[in-house]
Structure formats: structure tokens, C-alpha cells
Design a protein around this ligand. Structure first.
Ligand code: FRU
Length: 509
């Protein structure tokens, strides 16, 4: 009897200790630095967005995911869905590593005509096309360890079956042979795969998603080549009634501000070959922290872009616990005429307004050195959108700061005609030698007037200047939220309008 009692007491003690321990840990989405407006999985490591496709009024987002740690590891495809691109529901893991290797980046399509033959009983298959990365082959020094494979789902992405005939596209002996982005080319009723092949792009086509034929290559002599080409995308966009084709090519390293970044080309595509209209190297986002960005498939003429909000230079070291990294805000892409020719303008999707709280508008302000707006954002929990319009652009700095003298600076340098984000004194910076510093971006218009929108989310900022012609993204890790806000200018600055909109968290915590 005595021993029974003792055992019961021990069990009770252990249970209470466990409960207390569990309560000590912050709940998911309440941790320091955890994005409140951006998608990040409940726990563990995330990198590239994958398999982005719109199907039955639902946006699917798969992602490179390692469910056992907060550093990169054997890759799975995590899965989340959204009706509005803002609120996400995380679902069970979609694809697990297998005997052919890890599940690297790729895309997904809705095979409405059942070209793959995977559809059964009238059910439309979703087909994922991804890279199988064989770590054993890599270790053994082989050069053919990345191959393209497919899997299908007949229940809108909830469960997946890998194709028995995998891989469907075998490696011809190129080490970096990955990240297939597949689209339907309606004109010729065929699928087109855009594949990153080391330092260029190779296009393939297939009628059934299984038998791929090489069409052409692009890029050996075009664009930036400071690193390996990864995660491409190809899609049409219209400007003034004319169709152009955009080819996105992510590159790591070799970005304009160091490390990974997204470059793109504009040109034409004839179903087989991509021809750029000029030799300019264009960057979709000049900040250090947008990478592997591509667009959702099956969204008609609307092109919605999403990137990974990090940089391979330090993605594995950033000072978060329990989870690491997040996605950017989804962005609408448009072509616009600029000082530097036709370029892409990015703007946060209007659906972001679904989480707006009551905004505050200030008109006709003038800045003589400093305009302190801290009291205006005191209750905004470092989650807000600020939009500022100027009738006459002059140099200015928007300063986010805390009481520990840490600060993040965003601004326009008139002498250099450049936008910048400076995180030199932004808090924790020593986890990587180049993290502290200033990222710069060109201005793409000579217009007198200007506008800037910044999306602030705890530990990240996305900057969209001049209607999105200049875009920059950066993460930062202050030792206390940046609850203060000020605008400074050396010369007197007249502000037409500032609108600050607090945003509600997308998570039920
Ligand atoms: C890009 C990338 C891809 C690859 C994946 C692996 O960030 O390196 O090329 O498929 O990440 O996780």
C-alpha cells in the first residue's frame, strides 16, 4: 500500500512539473521576433516557398521544411492553405523524404484535363513537380544526385502519392539541377518546365507531366552570375495591352546587397525559347532578405509573388528559438515603365487590409530635423503599415527604435538618389559578420513627388517606394521591440500625408 501511494505521489509530482514546464514555454506565435503578419510554420526550420497554386478558391503554400530542428536538414514539403493570402492554416506535412532522397523545391499544378492520367472518378489531380536530392549520391561525389520527380493528390493537397516511375526527368550530369517550375502553355496544349541548371536555365516540355523533352537553354551569358541559379519562374505579364514574358531567376550568392536575391529578365517566349529584350540585370527586391521568390500558379492574369524572408548568409544562425525564418508578405507584380526601361513593381496584396485596425492620418506636416511619431504608434505592437507621400522628394530617414538606443533606419539618400535600409545598430547583429550594414537600392523614377509604404512586423520591414518600383526587405533582431518611430531630415521636409495603420495578428494564440 505504502509503495502504491509513493508511486502515485511521484506520478502526480511529475505531471505537475511537466505542466509547469510546458507553461513556461511561450506558445507558438507569441515568441520574441515571431512574425504576426507573415507565414511561418508553428515550429522548426523553413526555407523556400514551394508548390504555390490556387485551386478551388484556396491558395496552397508548400514550403521547404525540416520538422526536427531549427537548422536546415532533410527536406520535406510542409503545407499551409489560405482563402485570402493573409490568414494561413498549417496542414500535415505533404511530402516526406524517401529512398530517392530529400524533397527539394518545386511547383504544383492543377491538372484539369487529367493529362497525367492520375485523376480518378472525375477527381482533378493536383500534381507536384519537385527535385529529389539524393544525399548519398552527393556524399559519394556523384554529379547526378538531383532529379525531377512528381506526386499527385486527389483530395486537394491533403494526401499525396508519389509516382512509381520517378524520377521523370533524369540528371544529365549537372550537379545543380533543380527547382522545377511548371506552367500550362495553352497555345500548344503542353506543360513547360523552367529548371535551374547550375548557371543557366533549361526549358523542358511535356504533354503528360511525365515525359519531358528538352526545348532550349537560356542565361549562360545573361544576368548576374555571382552564384548558383535556383528557383526560377516564367510567366506572362501585360503592359499597355502588350504581353511580355518574365523569367525570374533566384541567385545565391551574388545579390545586389550580398548573399541571396531574386533577379529577373523581361522578354518574349515562343513556347520553346525565351529571348530577353535587353541585357540589363534587374532585381525584384534589393533588400538582403527576400529569396527564392516565385509566383502562384493558376491565378489568371493576376501574378502574386511570395519570397522567403531570409538570406543563406545567416538563415541558419538568426537568433530565434523554436522556429527559424518566415515568408514575405504576398505581393502583386505589375510591369511599369521606369527611368531604367520596363521593370516590375511590387505592392503588398490588397488583402492585407483584412487585418487593418483603425488607421491614423496626418496631413501637411513639416519636418525640421526630427518629427517624433512615437506616441502615435505606442499601441501598435510593432505591427503596422506606414504610407508617406511627398509632393517634393528630399532626403529623409524613417527611424524605428527602442529605449535601448537600438534602431533601424529606412530612407532616401538624395545625393546618391538611392533608398536604403540600415541595420548597423539594430540590436543583435554579431551572429554573422555582414549582417550589420546598409542595403541600398536605386530609385527608378525621376518624378518630383514620391511615396513610400513600409510594412513593419516585429522584426522585419518591407519597403515599397514609388508605387513599388523599388522594393526592399530586411529582418532584424532588437533586444526589445521597436516601439518608437521618428522621421528625420537634414533639410526641411514637407510631408503631404502620412497614414499609419496598425495590423491585427493573423494567428489565434
Ligand atoms: C534555394 C534552395 C533550392 C533547393 C532548396 C533546398 O533556397 O537551395 O535551390 O531546392 O533551397 O532546401
Amino acid at each position: 500500500m505504502k509503495t502504491k501511494c509513493g508511486v502515485l505521489m511521484l506520478i502526480a509530482f511529475l505531471t505537475i512539473t511537466c505542466i509547469c514546464k510546458a507553461q513556461d514555454l511561450p506558445k507558438p506565435y507569441t515568441e520574441q521576433y515571431r512574425p504576426q503578419l507573415h507565414f511561418s510554420p508553428k515550429a522548426h526550420w523553413v526555407n523556400d516557398p514551394n508548390g504555390m497554386v490556387y485551386f478551388n478558391h484556396t491558395y496552397h503554400l508548400f514550403f521547404q521544411y525540416y520538422p526536427k530542428d531549427i537548422v536546415w536538414g532533410p527536406m520535406h514539403w510542409g503545407h499551409a492553405v489560405s482563402k485570402d493570402l493573409i490568414h494561413w492554416k498549417e496542414l500535415p506535412i505533404a511530402l516526406y523524404p524517401d529512398s530517392l532522397g530529400y524533397i527539394f523545391s518545386g511547383s504544383a499544378v492543377v491538372d484539369s484535363n487529367n493529362t497525367s492520367g492520375f485523376g480518378k472518378k472525375g477527381k482533378i489531380p493536383m500534381v507536384a513537380i519537385f527535385t529529389h536530392h539524393d544525399p548519398k549520391g552527393e556524399k559519394a561525389g556523384k554529379d547526378n544526385y538531383q532529379n525531377q520527380s512528381i506526386a499527385y493528390s486527389l483530395d486537394e493537397g491533403n494526401t499525396w502519392t508519389k509516382y512509381k516511375g520517378n524520377p521523370v526527368l533524369k540528371n544529365p550530369g549537372i550537379k545543380d539541377f533543380r527547382d522545377p517550375k511548371v506552367m500550362w502553355y495553352a497555345k500548344e496544349k503542353k506543360w513547360v518546365m523552367t529548371l535551374a541548371t547550375k548557371d543557366h536555365i533549361t526549358f523542358y516540355s511535356a504533354s503528360d507531366l511525365k515525359n519531358w523533352k528538352k526545348e532550349s537553354e537560356f542565361g549562360l551569358r545573361e544576368g548576374a552570375h555571382g552564384g548558383v541559379w535556383e528557383c526560377p519562374d516564367l510567366f506572362p505579364l501585360k503592359l499597355n495591352g502588350k504581353t511580355y514574358w518574365v523569367l525570374i531567376v533566384n541567385i545565391n550568392p551574388g545579390g545586389p546587397n550580398g548573399g541571396s536575391a531574386t533577379q529577373y529578365f523581361i522578354g518574349s517566349y515562343n513556347g520553346s525559347k525565351f529571348t530577353p529584350m535587353d541585357t540589363q540585370t534587374r532585381w525584384l527586391d534589393y533588400g538582403p532578405d527576400e529569396y527564392a521568390g516565385i509566383t502562384w500558379g493558376n491565378t489568371g492574369s493576376r501574378k502574386i509573388f511570395l519570397g522567403w524572408m531570409s538570406n543563406w548568409e545567416y538563415a541558419n544562425q538568426v537568433p530565434t528559438e523554436k522556429w527559424r525564418n518566415a515568408m514575405t508578405i504576398p505581393r502583386d507584380l505589375q510591369l511599369k515603365q521606369s527611368k531604367q526601361g520596363i521593370v516590375i513593381a511590387s505592392t503588398p496584396v490588397p488583402e492585407l487590409a483584412t487585418i487593418n485596425a483603425k488607421s491614423l492620418a496626418l496631413n501637411n506636416l513639416s519636418v525640421n530635423k526630427t518629427l517624433d511619431l512615437s506616441s502615435k504608434v505606442a499601441d501598435f505592437k510593432s505591427q503596422y503599415v506606414l504610407k508617406m507621400s511627398l509632393a517634393q522628394l528630399k532626403g529623409y530617414t524613417i527611424k524605428l527604435s527602442n529605449k535601448k538606443s537600438e534602431e533601424l533606419l529606412i530612407g532616401y539618400d538624395e545625393a546618391k538618389d538611392q533608398y536604403f535600409i540600415d541595420r548597423t545598430k539594430s540590436g543583435k547583429v554579431s551572429f554573422q559578420k555582414d549582417f550589420a550594414g546598409q542595403a541600398k537600392a536605386p530609385r527608378f523614377t525621376a518624378a518630383k513627388n514620391s511615396d513610400i509604404t513600409i510594412v513593419v512586423d516585429k522584426a522585419s520591414v518591407e519597403v515599397f517606394a514609388d508605387g513599388g518600383l523599388t522594393t526592399m526587405t530586411a529582418v532584424y533582431f532588437p533586444n526589445g521591440d521597436f516601439t518608437d518611430l521618428a522621421i528625420t531630415a537634414n533639410e526641411k521636409l514637407n510631408i503631404k500625408n502620412i497614414k499609419i495603420t496598425p495590423l491585427k495578428s493573423i494567428w489565434n494564440k
